[in-house]
Design a protein around this ligand. Structure first.
Ligand SMILES: [Zn+2]
Length: 262
């Protein structure tokens, strides 16, 4: 048997070493909103997908819930302050967005390192979703506490993902949730798809072989966080790992939700 159903793994997705089967990649959405906690989260995780979508004509809005003023111990000079780092990281994120083909980036002023999925964050994200009316929201997976045995998922990442999903549903589409937004002229909007990256239950794979160089260039714009480190080998290996189950050389993987309409 080379091409029939297997009794293990995800239907339609070949196991490594078996015959590769075409994996249907969803068509790019017309409008997408990428929501993350920090400058550089987007470039590490979904930059290849967003660059691919931008080339295909998708209008993309980037939302950073913090300005990343906590930085990282590895690369932040000892005399750096939160006040000085904020504008640098915002400028780096805007440059990275331009490289990916994203013209619109929004920054909310929540504190890096102390983010919680509060009602205030949910309301602010709901406001942006209603304003830009994306077909798809791209965010992380709030349920993942750690990856493998070497990386504890950052609490800001979990909080950002939690708030993004809760803003997507039910807040954005429900008229009487945050009625104060109606007073701002923001009518309900129903998001149709959610692309959740970092999921341990991925079911959707975007081939990023053609935009890997763009992803890398965008990530390198975050100079204050890179130091002398060249992220190329890391990104290539991570994309290879994500592509294995789909028979792709380089991929970004997602749990993709297609939300039911009314
Ligand atoms: Zn981060």
């Amino acid at each position: 048997m080379t091409d029939g159903p297997t009794d293990s793994g995800t239907p339609g997705v070949p196991e490594h070493g078996k015959k590769k089967r075409a994996v249907v990649e969803p068509a790019p959405p017309a409008r997408a909103m990428s929501i993350h906690a920090h400058p550089d989260d987007q470039e590490f995780t979904v930059g290849g997908t967003l660059a691919k979508w931008a080339r295909a004509g998708t209008t993309i809005v980037t939302v950073c819930i913090t300005r990343g003023t906590g930085g990282s111990n590895r690369f932040t000079p000892l005399d750096m302050t939160r006040e000085a780092l904020g504008p640098t990281r915002e400028a780096e994120q805007r440059s990275a967005c331009r490289i990916l083909g994203i013209s619109d980036a929004w920054f909310l002023d929540y504190e890096d390192g102390m983010l919680e999925a509060t009602i205030a964050v949910r309301r602010d994200l709901t406001r942006l979703i209603r304003r830009f009316r994306p077909e798809a929201v791209v965010c992380g997976d709030p349920t993942v506490r750690y990856y493998g045995s070497t990386y504890l998922n950052h609490p800001d990442h979990r909080a950002a993902a939690d708030a993004a999903l809760d803003a997507t549903f039910p807040s954005a589409g429900t008229r009487l949730i945050f009625p104060e937004l109606l007073a701002e002229g923001l009518e309900p909007h129903e998001v149709r798809q959610v692309y959740i990256h970092g999921s341990e239950r991925a079911d959707t794979y975007v081939d990023i072989a053609g935009t890997m160089d763009v992803k890398l260039a965008a990530l390198r714009e975050h100079r204050s966080q890179m130091g002398e480190w060249d992220p190329k080998d890391f990104l290539v290996e991570w994309a290879r790992e994500q592509g294995l189950r789909a028979g792709l050389d380089a991929a970004e993987s997602y749990r993709r939700m297609v939300l039911e309409g009314p």
